[in-house]
Design a protein around this ligand. Sequence first.
Ligand code: GLN
Length: 504
Amino acid sequence: MSTKCLLWWIKMDLLNYKLHELTSLIRKKALSVKELCQFYMDRIEKYNSELNAVLTINPDILQTAENIDKNLNQYKDLPLLGIPILLKDVFCTKGIRTTAGSKILENFISPYSAEVVRRLEKAGAVILGKCNQDEFAMGNSNKNSAFGPVYNPWNKKYVPGGSSGGSAAAVAAGLCAASMGTDTGGSVRQPASFCNLVGVKPTYGRVSRYGMIAYASSLDQAGPMTMCVEDSALILESISGKDEKDSTSSIKEVPKWLHNCQSQNIKNMKIGFLNKEEANTSCSPEVVQSLEQVKTLLQSKGALVEDVSVPIMNMSVPVYYLISTSEASSNLARYDGVRYGYRSDFQNKKPDHLEEFYSQTRKEGFGSEVKRRIIMGTYCLSSGYYDEYYNKASQIRRIIRDHFVKIFSKYSLLIAPVSLSTAFSLEENPAGTLESYLIDSFTVSANLAGLPALSVPACFSSANQLPIGVQLIASHFDEQTLFNTALLIQEELKAVGKRPSYLV
Ligand code: GLN
């Protein structure tokens, strides 16, 4: 094949490369960073109007890319050399607006970048832009955004999941090489499952939260959303580790996850399957079937599989919503129109009191789901109710955590559904209904317990052809077992890596 022909072929195939293959093409100068960025920008131009996944493009992207191309020797050993990444709009980015999906931050430009962003750039990645999301990361549909809903690239009548729905839709549609989301109660894993991606919520403390707009600080963690297991391992490796600016970040050494990633030899490995009946709700038959498929696979490879009971599981959703809304009500108190963000326009007539100024600004700036949660959280924390709600929820949270720790003294891995069903249609599960909160039944426990968890594509629904992922949960700081087992599932079930046909 002539060089020209080879280059043409590489470019036609860009969507099918893993991140480490892309970096090696760049290193060999078979592909420039600028060409790669332009490739994704063209796709954003072509597809974003129908998906609404990307909110802002980094205005300096091509210049940054050119700079790397010009000084390739200086950067060539970086693990994410030239990889264009989109960020959920909850990561502060110096010089690029950060909205958190809210009108209240519509024109906010942060004076500094989040630690995750700094580390991605230090590893050679280029920030392509920012993704749509549920407002302040509250939701599981991406319908709660001040910038309109995101549409699932697999079927635009369906939601992509949330709250990192824009980040998920963007990767699935090939608008970037990989993206970053955040997961407070499932917001990386659930949209990953709905869009056929690998999504990782690391152990609480693995990744710095500095510069990540806070929703519920004791639960929030950043995580990668990618087309395959290896890409997630590589990104997580680049962003993990102690950060002096976040006192909850862990000093634990960061393993070489990608290098050590090999499909797990699971002979005699004890794997638990979470008892689905113990949650307050039930899964669709197809989700149950997908778990059976994974169970059969793991058994055929010699794993010792057992059903595991977590009797307190039915408390996870109420405990999660009491704690997360309480923390949110405190975290979101800063948006008052004085220091940053949207300010109500009193059109030369002065507000009667400072309270009127605050409340008018917050009334106009926040969407209804955010207001609902602030009200609920404020109520839980108010004197007279604190002990009854917040304190009690914190005590049950501890029991849930201890229960999981006990499970992991016996099992290396726990497998559970990600969500109750495949992606649901835009009309289903209106915000604020009990059903909409119960969607998180299987994801919130890992956040409450601080455990690492990963969602990996398993199969497609025969009814609506939408993807279904399964969730792997491991012991604190044991992300390696997640990656290795997910790799086995990737290699054997072969659902990973598929994209909607009109997008390839
Ligand atoms: N769906 C959950 C919520 O609305 C989780 C959100 C998240 O993980 N950011 O709170």
